[in-house]
Design a protein around this ligand. Structure first.
Ligand code: ARG
Length: 470
């Protein structure tokens, strides 16, 4: 009998097994290659569990002390790279428990009373995602700060605003940058929301049905800074909606970053040249000596693939899974860990590029005036001054633009006589609104691009970020 146990290969669950698993079985089954990332959370949850078991009289105080001491030792062994992870022990939970047995002997076997790897892994991963959301939240704050600082510096620098990537109306560079601050704020909101929803403890749900031991789930939830225990043991071990939700937040954030990354790629192209990146955030070509490539921006643009891929993978894994725990769910970790890494790196790279980028002020101003970008200002002038209905003003302006276009000159260079040929009541006062500076200065409506709006908004953001840092 003793021999049979030994041959079974797994000292955690090998009791009824006569032989060790096939090498392929072991390979597909093991998660330690990626779930070792959860070691801090796993140890914290085990310590909370052991303390609770002792307080409830389920295990002896002496055993609990040994367990906790042993777990602390393992934490520092893993932290210092001394720990030897073993694939035959499958996952982080059994690697830790098995090492605990080596360190403290039979008392280690009492730790798994009234719990299962099912509630254990659900707990660990919630804690892990919660921690990573903290990191992302802070990184997004740094990104917002870099953007708001640049926006304040360039609050009155005029650039072309686009729709359909066609010159539309002049805007300020600061205004453009602040648009991304707003997006990042909503991204942070989504992460904070996901974090608050995931913050209930599965620990004590055990395998799926709860336990007959007199455990105190409030106590472990408290010790791990959860808001409380999850109410239904089946739900506790079987949902991964917190992973899907966090990856959805990550996907949307990465979409926002990729849009800005794409703009950086466009702006830094010699064809456009609105913005320059320094040597620090560009790379050269191995064959074309003149090249300065915006690789970091291109890679941020591309990282969305992994992040959304992880979200899709998770949705597909969960779809149609019956309650409760299914091994399919082990697939939640690899992609999620990778997605969070990719997002963190993307945010860092964007923060770096924002700090590094400098606008070509002259080029921006010239580009802002191209394409009759102040035509709307002319139409608005006709409405305001001549009390023309907007539709008619739109039509009149269109004819004036056609004249300027025929002559190949900008709107503010078109002689008054040409305008009066279209609409005799136009006076020279119209020229006040036709320059790009006047155009942006006039956009004082709430949320508009006027430099004074932009300055105030940037300052407000900087104050808010500073206050948050405390
Ligand atoms: N490594 C597993 C996972 O990540 C832990 C839970 C295993 N539970 C089980 N009953 N086999 O999902």
């Amino acid at each position: 009998m003793a021999k049979k146990t030994k041959n079974s290969g797994n000292k955690m669950w090998g009791g009824r097994f006569a032989s060790a698993p096939d090498a392929i079985m072991q390979k597909i089954n093991a998660s330690i290659d990626f779930d070792w990332h959860l070691y801090r959370q796993d140890i914290a949850a085990s310590k909370a569990h052991a303390e609770m078991l002792a307080k409830q009289g389920i295990i002896g105080a002496d055993d609990a002390r040994k367990i906790i001491h042993g777990l602390d030792t393992i934490l520092s062994e893993i932290g210092s790279g001394k720990f030897k992870f073993k694939r035959e022990l499958e996952d982080i939970h059994m690697n830790v428990e098995s090492r605990l047995a080596e360190l403290i002997g039979p008392a280690a076997g009492r730790l798994h009373t009234a719990r299962s790897r099912n509630d254990q892994v659900a707990t660990d991963f919630r804690l892990w995602v919660r921690d990573r959301i903290d990191d992302i939240y802070a990184l997004l704050g740094d990104y917002q700060q870099a953007l708001a600082e640049k926006a304040l510096k360039y609050a009155d620098i005029v650039m072309p605003g686009f729709t359909h990537l066609q010159t539309a109306q002049p805007v300020t560079f600061g205004h453009h940058l602040l648009a991304y601050v707003e997006m990042a704020a909503r991204d942070r909101g989504r992460f904070a929301d996901a974090q608050s929803r995931l913050n209930d403890s599965p620990l004590g749900a055990a395998a799926l049905a709860g336990t007959s031991f007199p455990i105190d789930r409030e106590m472990t939830a408290d010790a791990l800074d959860f808001d409380g225990p999850m109410r239904n043991s089946l739900d506790a071990v079987s949902d991964r909606d917190f992973v899907m939700e966090s990856l959805a937040a990550a996907s949307i954030a990465s979409v926002h970053l990729s849009r800005f990354a794409e703009e950086i790629v466009i702006w830094t192209s010699p064809l456009v040249g609105l913005v320059k990146l320094s040597d620090k955030f560009t790379t050269g070509s191995s064959i074309m000596p003149q090249k300065r490539n915006p690789d970091a921006a291109e890679l941020v643009r591309a990282k969305v693939g992994r992040i959304m891929g992880a979200m899709n993978a998770m949705m597909i894994v969960m779809k149609g899974l019956p309650l409760a725990y299914q091994k399919d769910m082990q697939e939640d970790k690899e992609g999620t860990i990778e997605a969070f890494n990719a997002l963190a790196l993307s945010i860092d790279a964007m923060t770096g590029m924002v700090g590094d980028m400098e606008p070509d002020v002259e080029k921006m101003r010239a580009a802002a005036g191209m394409g009759y970008s102040t035509a709307t200002d002319l139409a608005d002038w006709l409405v305001r001054t001549l009390k023309m209905p907007f539709r008619e003003a739109h039509h009149v302006t269109g004819r004036i633009v056609a004249k300027a276009s025929d002559k190949g000159i900008e709107l503010h260079k078109l002689p008054l006589a040409d305008m009066q040929a279209v609409e005799p009541k136009i006076t020279k006062a119209v020229f006040d609104v036709l320059s790009v500076d006047r155009s942006v200065q006039s956009r004082v409506s709430f949320g508009g691009t006027a430099p004074k709006n932009v300055k105030a908004a940037a300052q407000k953001w900087l104050k808010r970020i500073e206050k948050e840092r405390g």
